[in-house]
Design a protein around this ligand. Structure first.
Ligand code: ADP
Ligand code: ADP
Ligand code: ZN
Length: 230
């Protein structure tokens, strides 16, 4: 990873990891520290699906079965949000790229604009992923993640951030979770080598309390826990 001027914060980040690793949870915390938009491909798809757009209708059969939405649809939807000159405002990509085709499309785009600073991988063993996803509830309005046991909201069924209703995701049922973990291992995991070779990959242990993992993430990016404080 390249050296940055003292005091400058990373602005273009990718957060990767298997389903249930805590990408969304950590991304929401990180954007409180780094002033960049959180762009989650899954959230974008769910938004299209809830609005019933043609893209949402096309994506929904893949999503419901835990499969990847075709690359052309996915890359067009994500890259339009971050391509130059939008990349100047920075971004925190969550859930994209998920295979080599998507990584290559992002590389090609970054070559025309600004480079990615860090690729953060959150590692969590499979049995813990299943436990996390089976208790996950998300906010239908702002997509914040909760967990019935490890991260409950202060009022049952209500989002702490925006007051929205909490619901379970259709694809968090055990059959779809098994498919998603397999798809991650077969299609996304092999892409990690590409980022390891670029020297930008930082791996963070995703086990432990949410705030402990958040601190590890900041450390991995050479940022102290006080960054962004008063
Ligand atoms: P992802 O975006 O990677 O699929 P989420 O951020 O939605 O993962 O987290 C998956 C589930 O695990 C949610 O229910 C969340 O509340 C819970 N969770 C996240 N981080 C932790 C953690 N460090 N320990 C225990 N549960 C966690
Ligand atoms: P999780 O947080 O559990 O990892 P996401 O919310 O990121 O899951 O993704 C939900 C679903 O949306 C995926 O199972 C897939 O169908 C679709 N999806 C999200 N991101 C991508 C992507 N980069 N490429 C293809 N499909 C995607
Ligand atoms: Zn909310």
């Amino acid at each position: 990873m390249g050296r940055r001027e003292a005091g400058s914060l990373p602005q273009r980040l990718i957060i990767l990891g298997p389903p249930g690793a805590g990408k969304g949870t950590q991304a929401k915390k990180l954007t409180e520290v780094l002033d960049v938009p959180h762009i989650a491909s899954g959230d974008l798809f769910r938004h299209h699906r809830s609005k019933g757009t043609p893209l949402g209708i096309k994506a929904s059969e893949y999503m419901n079965n835990g499969l990847l939405v075709p690359d052309e649809i996915t890359t067009a939807m994500v890259l339009e949000r971050i391509q130059p000159p939008l990349d100047m405002q920075g971004y925190l990509l969550d859930g994209f790229p998920r295979n080599m085709f998507q990584a290559q499309a992002l590389d090609d785009m970054a070559a025309r604009g600004r480079p990615v600073d860090y690729v953060i991988l959150i590692s969590v063993p499979d049995d813990e992923l299943v436990a996390r996803l089976s208790g996950r509830h998300i906010c239908g309005a702002c997509q914040a993640s909760y967990h019935i046991k490890t991260a409950p909201p202060s009022t049952p069924g209500r989002c702490d951030r925006c007051g929205g209703d909490l619901l379970q995701r259709e694809d968090d049922r055990p059959e779809a979770v098994r498919v998603r973990i397999r798809v991650y291992n077969e299609e996304t995991h092999p892409m990690l080598d590409h980022y390891a070779r670029s020297g930008k990959l930082v791996e963070v242990d995703g086990l432990g309390r949410i705030d402990e993992v958040a601190e590890r993430l900041l450390k991995a990016m050479h940022l102290g826990p006080s960054v962004g404080g008063p």
